[in-house]
Write a protein that binds this ligand. Sequence first.
Ligand code: DOR
Length: 430
Amino acid sequence: MDTWIIRAARLGDDLVDLTVAEGRIAAIAPAGTLAAAEARTLEAHGARVLPSLIDAHAHLREPGFEYKEDIASGLAAALAGGFGQVMAMANTNPVNDSAAVTAFMLERARASHPSGPFLRPIGALTKGLAGTELAPAGELAAAGCVALSNDGKPVVSTELLRRAMEYAADLGLVVIDHCEDPTLGAGGVMNEGALSGRLGLKGIPTVTEAIQVARDVLLASYLHIPIHIAHVSCRESVEVLAQAKAKGVPVTAETCPHYLLWDEGMVDGYRTAAKVNPPLRTKDDVLALRQAVRTKVIDLLATDHAPHADHEKDAPFAEAPFGISGLDTALSLTTLLIAQGELSWDDAIRLWAKAPARTFRLPFSPLTPGAPANFILWDEETLWTVSRQTMRSKSTNTPALGMELPGQVLAHVLGGQLLFQRQPSPWPIS
Ligand code: DOR
């Protein structure tokens, strides 16, 4: 196994050298002070060293929709985007509601990425995601699922949700709920408000989400069983979560970079790249979400990477599928929020690594001697243009397409192996 010395990396406010041996961080010391005779050298030139990230919510589309993305291309985008673990949603075809599908997905991940990034499948909460019969939670857990969710399709029956939470708790899993009232705003395609009126598009009210968040926190409180709320998009949900957390209800929540940076104005002009469910909301919602992320009312960030093919998004707004591709741009969008003073790097590490690890009982490797060497080198200054050529996902459905964003992963080390290095490399490797 390789022995590495990484010179002049930024760790917090310090410039350090790191040595990696036998898959672990061997030493961290002030830059210029470590010598490692037999080691290969990476010059970091001040790039930031960050723990490898965890994406708690992605759609990798395999099996069934490989023309949008497959596990190999999704994990390649993850690796280049800084993610060492990816939780993959169950809305595949067939749905991931059996051990056979979970095993197939894990096998596909091992075949293309044997040393990582690691796929962490999310099992379906109901069979076929149909919302009528519970999927076999024990079988899914034994096969390697790390959570249960009906994502994409809200769980309408509260009785079923309760049973799923109870089974999940017995198995040490958490239920992730996509909160969307099934009737209020049904058939909507964007945020409900003045803009949806002007565009003549059916709106989805914010309370469509918040009503279900309220149901879920009441249930979690009653059962004393944790629940995780997917992709929070609006102020009302934040207010419900803040109240619940103040009372000690075991609820965790995520939002995504697109809800922190963009508002409904992005869909003006019938821009389908910005069509996502839940929809981009108002500027006021963006402000509420930013504050919730800072104050830990929202626990973690996830991409909700939802790749679609160009021909699908190239359709009348009402007909185009919901979803934004996120794995390639997540850390750059986070860097933008940091540059705007909205977040710190410590917040970013908490939101993208520590909190998802804690919430879903996944491994997290701190940047300390003795820990597994799972980290990225992040050049936060270089600008890059989001394009078909620069994205590793099969998809390009993001409002960021064509934008210039800050930050690139220069290297991704997992288990002590240099699995990704940006080409052309700015470094001499000796
Ligand atoms: O925008 C979305 N796309 N929201 C979801 O909940 C599902 C996802 C998808 O699978 O495309």
